[in-house]
Design a protein around this ligand. Structure first.
Ligand code: ZN
Length: 222
């Protein structure tokens, strides 16, 4: 899952529009941002098998980013850091933590069993990747539904809806690129790690533009 993860960011942004969008956009993929770095550094491991349906990834070893205890630690840490460093409200900090955790829940739906419940414990994953068409439909459906709420919340604040629509369109295009440009067969290495990282950071940087007017909203006149 790539684009579908951003649905959690849009839902949270609609629920609490004062939350900086980039924290939610980076947060919903924080686990994969860490994974990209760890794959590039050789700390976590996986390989690509182009004969597999849907995602071609076999994610055999990712205890530090995608095990349940690790994700809980990342989620709590993200909420605390956002609160301490960015001085976001408690509500925003809780939402940021929840958005980080949402990554694991959405991964649980699509991944083949590769998500450890605890160190050296059983691995879970419902395997929707094995059914590529319904899997894509779930991702696009999540984006569309949450995107409507996000665009509506922007409208309610007197902001334009089109930057949100453009951002979602960009995610869909990126999803198609990712689908057709999977990694070459064999072990995942630095190239995979760095290109994934670049994509996540690019999306996070674009979200800064979409959110640019956040602090200069027209105040309602009495
Ligand atoms: Zn993931």
């Amino acid at each position: 899952m790539f684009a579908g993860h951003y649905a959690a960011a849009f839902a949270a942004k609609a629920a609490e529009p004062t939350t900086p969008l980039w924290t939610l956009v980076a947060g919903c993929q924080l686990i994969d941002i860490g994974w990209s770095v760890f794959i590039a550094a050789g700390i976590e491991h996986g390989e690509a098998d182009p004969s597999l349906p849907g995602s071609t990834l076999i994610l055999s070893d990712m205890p530090w980013t995608h095990s349940l205890p690790a994700v809980i630690v990342w989620s709590v840490a993200a909420g605390l850091l956002a609160s301490a460093l960015l001085r976001v409200s408690i509500r925003s900090a809780v939402l940021i933590g929840a958005v980080v955790f949402s990554h694991w829940l959405l991964d649980l739906i699509v991944h083949r069993p590769d998500l450890e419940l605890f160190p050296n414990g059983p691995k879970v994953g419902l395997g929707l990747w094995n059914y590529p068409v319904p899997e894509q439909a779930v991702e696009m459906g999540l984006l569309a539904v949450t995107g409507i709420f996000w665009a509506a919340s922007r409208k309610a604040l007197g902001q334009n809806a089109w930057p949100a629509a453009l951002f979602m369109t960009f995610l869909v295009v990126l999803q198609i690129v990712v689908m057709f440009m999977g990694p070459p067969p064999g072990p995942l290495g630095a190239q995979m790690g760095f290109s994934a990282l670049a994509a996540y950071l690019l999306v996070a940087m674009l979200s800064l533009l979409v959110d640019a007017k956040r602090t200069s909203l027209p105040q309602a006149s009495p």
